[in-house]
Design a protein around this ligand. Sequence first.
Ligand code: ZN
Length: 231
Amino acid sequence: MTSCRDDEKFVILRHDVDAKPWNSLKTAQIEHSLGAKATYYFRVGSESNVPEVIRSIAKLGHEIGYHYEDMSLCGGDVDKAWSHFQTWLAYFRQYYAVETICMHGAPTSKWDGKDLWKKYDYKSLGIIGEPYMDTDYSDVFYLTDTGRCWDGYKVSVRDKIPGYQDEWTKAGLTWHTTPQLIRAIETNQLPKHVMITTHPQRWTNSTEEWYKEFVLQKAKNIVKRILLMMK
Ligand SMILES: [Zn+2]
């Protein structure tokens, strides 16, 4: 996922389709009109998994991946989770030749999805990359909209890169709002290699929807802070 020449700039544009899949289709259309390609990771539940949306996003030339949460869905039973993972990977491969997967953070679940890989190997199924397992974060800077801002790693339970985040913060690579981030990009402050994760369900151009998301995420961040304190 990260092999390239050092002097070459790249952005891995990742979208976790946690909910509201039609928002993802809108995002995919905007990116398509701008000539950008992204990867959309879908969950198994109907809050994310809408075949019409998956097909349409793939048709626009984007990549489709599996946003897996098999450990939580199988109550932490690693063998059950492995078989569940294979079933659903095959399901998503009906729509797209899936080659990458990405863990769904599930902050309220007590199971860490990556624990599945302590016993099993996704590479045996032709998967070539998982962002949390295969990205060299000494080379790739990570940005996520988790927590409804660009510095939400402070409250994230699982969507963060321990170890490297402190160095990025020390280097001043931290922005809160989207206009701040855009300014940083325009003034060339970003490292050459970047992974950007967004959750399209959080993005809207309607004021009413924006406030709904604002209040909901404020509340969620409080819960996540409490979860982190209890760890
Ligand atoms: Zn997710």
